[in-house]
Ligand binder design. Structure first.
Ligand code: HEC
Length: 503
């Protein structure tokens, strides 16, 4: 028996604390389950569960999938996919042990090396044959890239007519939001299982793809369009790619100065600083990697008071607002001096990555939803004071606005009132309107058109929709049925790093 399989068995046994004959029975059951996995599942999900034609089935990959949902996927299969139903092949008890097995960490985590990354790299077209101008009639700066989470597809939507310009299959479970080249021609995607892909919005074709890891958080594109940086949970690495063809430049193990190996929570580009900023999950550091001039990509280590899960920036990218469990909320880090300058009271587990800023009177304010409490926290970006906590009908996840809109839109993503969206008046900081776009269904992420005249809202349901609103009259303009549309990204808003959208 290979070592890794032995160790999975022994770690589960240790975890459960079995002794004597109970232990023997448990070990035998797990071994039988591994055999069933190898017999029925590994052909698609990979030996060591690292994925193949089907997604990776490691605990890191299954984080968002609840055990009963995994059980349902195995017994009933998934419609319109290669995942067949196993209820006539495996007994209910076998399915139960299969689920336990899939959620058991592998003691010797499978490796993903630079040679694996390079071997996975594929150029899908001869780029010299591609036109340099848009081969469609839509305004290239008002296209939306729409992620359809339910079907693992992407739709490219014309932001003037709200008609589809293209639709294609993506890798399983896109993660962390697509990012654009500075001119808006290319869009880069990262998938949960580590695939980075590059799509040409002029020619409406996929250009290249590379697998950079086994479990990836997100990616960022440098403001000069030359580099793509991806951050991984598994293995804990940063992977730098050439933005032209997605070939590997180098990978870096994310190890803190105290020697702690860390997962990467998120990577961002900070355009005015010509750098990438990286949040590390398991060590008290944020990294800045300059891409100015001829970069060596040696990280500048910024020591924080706490591990940073999630963060956002001030409009000038001078300061980082980061979540911190120790500070019971957030801390502010000056990226120039590398020092934490103050704590901010944000008790409700803020989702800072979705926070947005706008001008209120003459001053910048920053607002963020909170994942554990139904309130929007609003901060003054000069004094770092909490100006207001706006109660909502439940904890939210996303927040969006536009310089031309009076309102900041926020969802109630968690809890019984998922169908609700609130429109917050950006000057009075009061809820001005509460909408129920599709009663009973989860209303979520919003994104504005480039001119801010309209916005598109996702109803996150297998029988969901994109709903287009007039941003002033709040009248519904169009409804496009869609299976779990998640994020939508307006090319112009994203490449301008426009106020009101997250980066
Ligand atoms: C012929 C290929 C194939 C085989 C064999 C296969 N699967 Fe799958 N499986 C898939 C694909 C493809 C998906 C993704 C389906 C989708 O689009 O939701 C999937 C999805 C899943 C998921 C849901 C993962 C998630 O994150 O949503 C689980 C759990 C799963 N498979 C378990 C199994 C188990 C256990 C077996 C063996 C008993 C098995 N699969 C056999 C192809 C396969």
């Amino acid at each position: 028996m290979p070592l890794s399989r032995m160790s999975t068995v022994s770690s589960l046994v240790a975890l459960l604390g079995f002794t004597g004959s109970a232990l023997a029975a448990q070990t035998a059951e797990l071994q039988a389950t591994e055999q069933l996995y190898n017999q029925h599942c590994s052909v698609c999900h990979g030996t060591q569960r690292i994925g193949g034609a089907g997604p990776a089935l490691l605990p890191e990959s299954l984080g968002r999938l609840k055990k009963p949902e995994a059980s349902k996927a195995i017994s009933e299969g998934r419609p319109a996919s290669q995942m067949a139903a196993y209820k006539d092949i495996l007994s209910p008890a076998e399915i139960d042990s299969m689920v336990d097995f899939l959620y058991t960490p592998i003691d010797n985590p499978p490796a993903w090396t630079d040679s694996d990354t390079s071997a996975s790299h594929r150029l899908l077209v001869d780029t010299s044959t591609l036109a340099d101008t848009p081969q469609h009639n839509a305004d290239p700066l008002n296209l939306f890239v729409v992620v359809e989470a339910g079907t693992h597809h992407v739709t490219i939507l014309d932001g003037d007519t709200f008609e589809s310009v293209a639709r294609f299959q993506s890798h399983f479970a896109l993660h962390g939001g697509p990012k654009f080249s500075p001119d808006g021609r290319y869009v880069y995607f990262a998938s949960r299982d580590g695939w980075v892909s590059k799509y040409d919005l002029h020619n409406l074709t996929m250009i290249a793809e590379t697998r950079v890891g086994l479990n990836t958080r997100n990616l960022a594109v440098s403001n000069n369009g030359r580099w793509v940086l991806a951050g991984n949970y598994l293995p804990g690495t940063l992977v730098l790619l050439n933005a032209d063809d997605l070939s590997l430049v180098k990978s870096m193990d994310t190890i803190g100065s105290d020697g702690t190996a860390s997962r990467v929570s998120a990577v961002y580009t900070a355009p005015p600083r010509d750098s990438f900023v990286v949040a590390l999950k398991d060590t008290n550091e944020a990294w800045e990697l300059s891409y100015a001039g001829t970069p060596d990509f040696v990280p500048r280590r910024i020591i924080a008071q706490d591990a940073l899960d999630d963060f956002s920036f001030t409009p000038d990218y001078r300061y980082l607002l980061a979540t911190s469990r120790k500070a019971k909320g957030g801390q502010v880090i000056d990226l120039d001096s590398g020092k934490s300058i103050t704590d901010i009271p944000l008790p409700g587990m803020p989702h800072l990555g979705s926070g947005i800023y706008w001008k209120r009177g003459g001053d910048w304010v920053f607002a963020t939803p909170n994942i554990s409490q139904g309130l929007i926290s609003v901060l003054d970006l000069k004094t770092w004071q909490l100006i207001k906590e706006i109660p909502t009908e439940g904890p939210g996840f996303f927040m969006r606005s536009h310089a031309n809109s009076k309102y900041a839109w926020t969802d109630v993503f968690f809890g019984p009132n998922q169908e609700v969206v609130h429109l917050i008046d950006k000057q009075t900081l009061e809820i001005a309107h509460t909408l129920r776009p599709m009663p009973g269904k989860n209303a979520a992420h919003v994104e504005f058109t480039n001119d801010g005249s309209h916005l598109i809202l996702s109803v996150w349901d297998t029988e969901g929709a994109l709903i287009v609103y007039d941003a002033k009259t709040l009248k519904e303009v169009k409804r496009i049925p869609m299976n779990k549309p998640s994020g939508k990204y307006n090319v112009g808003n994203k490449i301008e790093f426009a106020e009101g959208t997250s980066h």
